[in-house]
Ligand binder design. Structure first.
Ligand code: EPU
Length: 337
């Protein structure tokens, strides 16, 4: 395994933004990963692991440590479980399961990123979260340099949240084991899917996982920018979750405010709606970065854009939401500097 120096990170992120890594390597096995972590520990370097680079904003100054590009591949199918290397592309896994007639992954179609990144922020879309599909996560414990198998409950998943965010830097995911059930039911309760399948629902048609995958791909294509063409990291912020009382107060000022009651009775509010309908931010431009015209939760960058430009625009959105609603919003995207 070779360790390179002064490698530009812009090419490894979907924002196409970021300075240089002091050291950089690509790992293809758990042994190479251990070797890389040892190198960093001997030199007292910070470590940044990147998969698809689709959920991070790397500073223009770059990263003054070791960047490890996760490239451990492999798909092992055993009975009703699938074990997938952390470096596999997430949507390739979804396509594989749909072709095999496996239930559960179809709503998570077309999300950029890798399998190893999915549990970290418990990716979710169209009413389904990855945590529902996970049996266990295998990871290198950087404190002992041994691999451990963490059960679903040990991963303490939450909304865009997990153990891997709370014990930052401790574990590096090497593979994920998923449930692979060939019998099941599709989930089309989310508003967009319900509308898409209006006729089928009316006529009680049984939908296949492949029909749902195709629907999700087309809904996403219509609402989200193509990350192969534009710089973007998808939803830039998390949807805020507020107390019932706070929601009731907001509703007095904004009677149309959409909302979803969470199992613990707190209320999740779509930030895209606030940014669009209350703050009127769609299309707002700052330098070479703008708020996407079709979905206000998404920031889009043009070639040559900088992390500073993204941060300044994000700050404008955060300030507006705070001023109009009193809510302090948090990034879904990870800021790296
Ligand atoms: N809305 C607006 N204006 C906007 C954007 C949204 O009025 O500019 C309204 C919509 O009409 C809808 C509501 O806000 O009533 C929610 O919008 P949407 O269904 O597009 O979902 P979201 O809450 O913005 C979340 C995830 C997405 C995921 C979608 C679909 C977060 C932070 N984002 O977005 O995930 O694809 O639901 O399930 O939870 C991602 O993580 O990168 C991502 C794209």
């Amino acid at each position: 395994m070779s360790i390179q120096e002064h490698i530009s990170l812009a090419q490894y992120t979907t924002f196409k933004i970021g300075g240089k890594a002091r050291f950089f390597c690509s790992v293809h096995s758990e042994d190479e990963l251990v070797e890389a972590v040892r190198f960093a520990q001997e030199k007292s370097l910070r470590i940044l692991v990147i998969g698809g680079g689709s959920n991070m904003l790397i500073s223009d100054k770059g990263f003054d440590g070791l960047v490890i590009r996760m490239n451990i591949k492999g798909i092992v199918s055993s009975g009703e479980q699938l074990t997938i290397g952390a470096g596999e592309v997430w949507d390739d896994l979804v396509a594989y399961t749909v072709d095999a007639g496996i239930y559960g992954f179809e709503n998570l179609s077309a999300i950029p990123g890798t399998v190893g990144a999915a549990p970290v922020q418990n990716i979710g879309a169209y009413g389904v979260e990855t945590s529902r599909l996970i049996v266990s996560v295998r990871a290198l414990d950087t404190q002992t340099l041994k691999c451990v198998e963490l059960s679903n409950s040990e991963c303490t998943f939450g909304y865009r949240d997990s153990l891997f965010k709370h014990q930052k830097g401790r574990y590096i995911i090497t593979s994920v084991t998923f449930f692979a059930y060939k019998v099941g039911q599709v989930h089309i309760e989310y508003k967009d899917l319900k509308e898409y399948f209006k006729k089928e629902i009316e006529h009680k048609v049984t939908l296949s996982v492949s029909q749902v995958r195709n629907a999700v791909i087309s809904i996403r294509a219509a609402k989200l920018p193509d990350w192969k063409q534009w710089g973007t990291a998808g939803s830039f912020f998390k949807n805020p979750i507020v107390s019932q009382k706070k929601f009731e107060d907001l509703k007095k000022t904004y009677p149309d405010l959409p909302h979803f009651v969470e199992p613990d009775n707190n209320v999740k509010i779509p930030l895209g709606w606030i940014l669009d309908k209350i703050c009127n931010m769609k299309g707002l431009k700052h330098g070479r970065v703008r708020v996407y015209e079709k979905q206000a939760l998404v920031l889009v960058s043009e070639p040559g854009a900088t992390a500073d430009e993204v941060t300044s625009l994000a700050r404008i959105l955060m300030d507006c939401v705070k001023e109009k609603t009193g809510i302090e919003i948090e990034g879904e995207v990870e800021w790296v500097n």
